[in-house]
Design a protein around this ligand. Structure first.
Ligand code: CTP
Ligand code: CA
Length: 226
């Protein structure tokens, strides 16, 4: 499709995108996080706006400016993201979970800065809610749910397992060990896994182009089932 003729094919739809890496506090000055830049999620939010959607961007901290026209909901921790997403889920048509959610958080958040005392420090972590799994459980037939998976090994098997377990319509899986893929880069190399078993391997592309490619897949899926 031409650069100047973006379709209005998400017109009237409500799209919620999550982005960034959650931060899990350890003490007043420290947190545990991950290498997510937020670029993929922000590109998806911008692309959805261009295509006519009403877009909510639930974002963990990033260094990016939110795209013009989105409703930005800023969160820090996985639990805050869980609350923000669950509160809004029932009114959404499409939810795309590009955020890198910390699987675990420190079990105890120290009230004061943790002092340097011994040769080693053992941190105890406890599991965070799996937001995408919960969405998959609550999903209504009119809702389209898209997840991401960053893998370093066994991409296909892990992706298929996540697609099924989380009851997704589409899973975007990337092998973050490949150069030009994954965290912090401007490009990505992904495979799209559909619930009907189709798998599409996409060539390396910049995250803005990939965002539109993912939305094309969402539009196609919705045209089949809605
Ligand atoms: N996800 C989520 N809530 C979590 C963890 C992950 O919503 N607590 C979402 C991510 O936003 C992503 C998808 O689940 O869309 C897959 O994340 P990933 O880390 O690849 O999968 P996990 O289920 O956490 O499994 P693992 O980290 O063990 O591979
Ligand atoms: Ca994880």
């Amino acid at each position: 499709k031409g650069l100047f003729s973006l379709p209005d094919d998400l017109g009237g739809l409500k799209v919620l995108v999550t982005a960034g890496g959650t931060r899990e506090p350890l003490d007043p000055v420290r947190y545990i996080s991950n290498r997510s830049s937020g670029k993929m999620g922000y590109a998806l939010a911008a692309a959805a706006i261009q295509r006519g959607a009403v877009v909510t961007l639930v974002s963990a901290p990033t260094s990016l400016d939110p795209p013009a026209g989105v409703e930005l909901v800023s969160v820090e921790t996985a639990r805050q993201m869980y609350e923000a997403v669950m509160e809004r889920f029932s009114t959404q048509d499409v939810v795309i979970k590009a955020a890198a959610v910390a699987d675990y958080r420190p079990k105890i958040v120290a009230g004061q800065k943790i002092k340097k005392t011994g040769e080693t420090l053992i941190l105890e972590l406890e599991i965070n809610p799996d937001i995408l799994y919960e969405l998959g459980q609550r999903k209504e037939p009119h809702q389209t749910l898209v997840g991401f998976a960053a893998e370093t090994e066994d991409l296909e098997a892990n992706a298929l397992q996540k697609l099924r377990k989380k009851n997704l319509d589409l899973l975007v899986a990337n092998d973050v060990t490949q150069p030009g893929a994954g965290f912090g880069t401007d490009t990505n190399i992904v495979k799209l896994f559909y619930r009907d078993g189709r798998v599409q391997s996409l060539p390396v592309m910049d995250k803005k182009t990939l965002a539109h490619r993912i939305l094309d897949a969402v539009v196609e899926l919705r045209s089949q089932t809605h």
